[in-house]
Design a protein around this ligand. Structure first.
Ligand code: PBG
Length: 324
């Protein structure tokens, strides 16, 4: 019997046997564009993340591309909200404007759009709601109609891929069919297939101005106690035509990520969400952890667990760090 050699003695030896390598192509940068702003507005709990004006988002997209990133994920904050989320699908909507402007300047950058209604609804829920006494319901099929309109409008304005994040049942199939019958068969779908009702979305709701005005999202987002159910949701979305399937949040769900990737072998994405970002930032600001080391460790763990694509607010920094 030979004694196993542990090839860790020098950086070169460690590199030689390193199983997981990060590259700028792994990351997607989320960007927030606000119809109300002329100048960027910081998000208090997410240092380094901003709501951007239309002009600024184009510059930011260009900067991301110059750093070696290939894709951005767009979220819009409309001037007016209503109970039909009309800002999500009008031709003059803020995301539609941003898409046109980004595509004009960076035609090769992959543009992915969040397809959800919460930012556009006066009540902040992800769908059309009905209130019966003390209870409210999100109406699945009525919501899907609006999501389809939104996805079509994004595709028509140049989105390379749409990313439905609402968690209504059957929306992937409905969106796929509508895209295909309207000539957008080349537009991809990245589905938030396993999206858990999570405490880690808190800062995002400030960033996207979308906190629910009543109730919470547990009736349509997944119970974090359930893994088999998550896999069933993913299987459904794949059957309905999802090109990329996503799990969200990231670090507390590595088991789901691993099982998704093992079982389906589909391009698998993970969203390292706002609360996960804010925690490391806060700890780093207090000198408790080294930001760069912690972030590289987390991102490597996500990739090791099966992520082909990582959505992260650190995408620009990561693009620099992994090329040094
Ligand atoms: C819904 C949506 C949310 C996030 C992305 N899309 C919020 C939610 O479901 O409440 C969260 C992303 C993050 O926390 O970084 N449109």
């Amino acid at each position: 019997m030979h004694r196993p050699r542990r090839l860790r003695r020098s950086p070169a030896l460690r590199n030689l046997v390193r199983e997981t390598q990060l590259s700028a192509h792994d990351f997607i940068l989320p960007l927030f564009v606000s119809e109300k702003l002329k100048q960027r507005r910081p998000i208090a709990s997410m240092p380094g993340v901003f709501q951007l004006s239309l002009k600024e988002i184009v510059d930011e997209a260009q900067r991301a591309q110059d750093l070696g990133l290939q894709a951005v994920l767009l979220f819009g904050i409309p001037e007016h909200k209503d109970e039909q989320a009309s800002g999500a699908y009008v031709e003059t909507g803020i995301v539609q404007k941003a898409l046109r402007a980004i595509k004009a300047k960076c035609p090769d950058l992959v543009t992915i759009t969040d397809v959800c209604l919460c930012e556009y609804m006066s009540h902040g829920h992800c769908g059309v709601t009905r209130i019966d006494g003390d209870h409210f319901h999100v109406l699945n099929d009525e919501t899907i109609e609006l999501l389809v309109k939104t996805a079509l409008s994004h595709a028509a304005t140049g989105a390379d891929m749409v990313a439905p994040s609402d968690m209504m049942d059957g929306r992937i199939g409905a969106i796929r069919e509508a895209l295909d019958t309207n000539g957008f068969d080349q537009t991809g779908i990245m589905s938030y297939a396993a999206k858990f009702a999570s405490a880690f979305y808190g800062p995002f709701r400030e960033a996207a101005e979308s906190p629910p005005q009543f109730g919470d999202r547990r009736s349509y987002q997944m119970d974090y106690a359930n893994a088999d159910e998550a896999l069933r949701e993913v299987a459904l979305d794949i059957d309905e035509g999802a090109d990329i399937v996503m799990v969200k949040p990231a670090l507390p769900y590595l088991d789901i990520l691993w099982r998704m990737h093992q079982r389906f072998g589909k391009p698998t994405a993970v969203y390292h969400v706002s609360g996960e970002y804010a925690m490391i930032k806060a700890a780093a600001e207090k000198g408790i952890v080294d930001e760069r080391a912690a972030v590289l460790e987390v991102m490597t763990a996500l990739k090791r667990a099966g992520a082909d694509i990582i959505v992260t607010y650190w995408a620009c920094e990561l693009a620099k760090w992994v090329s040094e």
